[in-house]
Design a protein around this ligand. Structure first.
Ligand code: CTP
Length: 403
């Protein structure tokens, strides 16, 4: 566990940094908060002091012995510098080596990795000057947690909102985590529903939230895998450290999966892929008439089964599917394991309120060629960890690299 310097600069998201400090502590890290002058206009240092149980550094030249060399001491002691929110001003100062306060001096003085969570107005974020500064910092190895879309304090809706505290905490933890059990592996994870368009305004969808797939993607990234998350329409913020490909329909999802299948060590089909799609999509809007409306639905490609066929007798990628059942999940899951030539089917009973589509928790049975294992009700993150523990055993060893 590390000592983390948490730099808070002056944005409306500064209040979220309190939650970030808390999250880092929950994961066992020690946090030293540093607030810029403008950050203190949004939140008081006492809040951070109460949480971190450390003096909050607010001034490079505060009264007291050796305060001027404090940043050098902290620079050596920390395992990570996190800046959240990172304003355009701080980003600019870091990019240009300006050291006019404690935080910017600390950046120059430390050799610890740096993680920044930018937050600002959409136009500022898109401004060439800010883009250039971000590029400079990225080239120097600074890592970023991308800002999200949403309502901004300035009244705009757009990109620029500070990422969710949990995303920042996860990204920080991933930087500090020891090399994971999936290091050197590539996991392709699908998540969420698919939308099959009927016309320009209507579609056939399902109630999948994407939670299980997003939890699996986050867990695989935490374990060091390169993760490609292929997501159908979902409201969830993507986990940090994963590459996100957004798709809408089953056929778009299949195209994205196929494009990455050859690099995948693991394909996890957690998406609730539509089994049927309208045989044709009307370009405009279908106007109503007095009579009934008929729709002809045709089968979508079965992405998992096609991947099973394409893999043939090869042992890569390991294929994991889900079976959402309201009947006998184990019996039906086992049939899917065979029919789709998968290595694992995670069967869950969607008829219970505390499991399945929209819930935070799940209770599943993991089916493999060697047997069934019932996993009682747990959070989807915990279930994701248990699934990946089992999946790791199915991976063939990483080929030794020649020297
Ligand atoms: N799947 C897929 N392509 C489809 C449909 C499903 O890859 N067109 C995948 C899903 O992502 C899941 C698994 O196959 O991993 C099980 O889906 P499916 O066979 O459709 O079963 P259920 O959705 O559980 O329901 P049903 O028995 O009604 O088919």
């Amino acid at each position: 566990m590390a000592l983390i310097a948490l730099g808070v600069s002056g944005g409306i998201g500064a209040y979220k940094a309190v939650e970030i400090a808390r999250g880092l502590q929950t994961r066992g890290h020690d946090v030293a908060a540093i607030m810029t002058r403008s950050a203190r206009r949004f939140v008081g240092p006492v809040t951070f002091e109460a949480i971190t149980r450390r003096r909050v550094i607010t001034d490079q030249f505060a009264a007291g012995a050796n305060s001027d060399i404090e940043h050098i001491q902290l620079a050596t002691d920390i395992g990570l510098l996190v800046v959240a929110p990172a304003t355009a001003n701080v980003i600019g100062k870091f990019a240009h080596g300006i050291a006019d306060d404690f935080l910017s001096s600390l950046y120059l003085a430390t050799r610890a990795p740096v993680l920044m969570a930018p937050a600002m107005n959409t136009n500022m974020l898109e401004h060439e000057a800010v883009r250039a500064n971000l590029t400079t910092l990225a080239a120097r190895g600074v890592r970023f947690v991308d800002p999200g879309d949403g309502y901004l304090a300035c009244g705009w809706i757009g990109k620029g909102r500070l990422a969710e505290p949990e995303q920042v905490v996860e990204a920080a933890d991933a930087i500090l985590a020891p090399p994971g059990s999936l290091l050197g592996r590539c996991a392709v994870v699908t998540a969420g529903p698919t939308y099959e368009d009927i016309d320009a305004v209507r579609y056939i969808g399902n109630r999948s939230s994407g939670r299980m797939g997003y939890a699996l993607a986050a867990e695989a990234a935490r374990r060091g895998a390169r993760v490609i998350l292929i997501s159908g329409p979902s409201m969830l913020p993507p986990p940090s450290n994963v590459e996100v490909i957004r798709v809408r329909s089953a056929s778009e999802m299949q195209a994205a999966v196929n494009a990455h299948l050859s690099s995948a060590d693991l394909l996890v089909m957690a998406a609730a892929v539509a089994d049927y799609t309208p045989d044709q999509r009307t370009d405009g809007k279908i106007e109503k008439s007095d009579g009934p409306l008929g729709l002809t639905l045709v089968r979508t490609p079965d992405i998992l089964a096609d991947a099973g066929r394409a893999r043939g007798s090869a042992n890569r990628p390991v294929l994991i599917g889900f079976a959402a059942e309201s009947g006998d999940p184990v019996e039906r899951g086992r049939a899917k394991l065979r029919a789709k030539r998968a290595d694992m089917i995670v069967a869950n009973d969607i008829s219970r309120a505390d499991t399945g589509f929209d819930s935070e928790t799940n209770a599943v049975t993991i089916l493999t060629a060697t047997g069934d294992e019932a996993i009682p009700l747990a959070s989807k993150s915990r279930i994701a960890a248990l699934i990946l523990d089992r999946a790791e055993k199915l991976l063939s060893p990483v080929p030794a690299r020649s020297v």
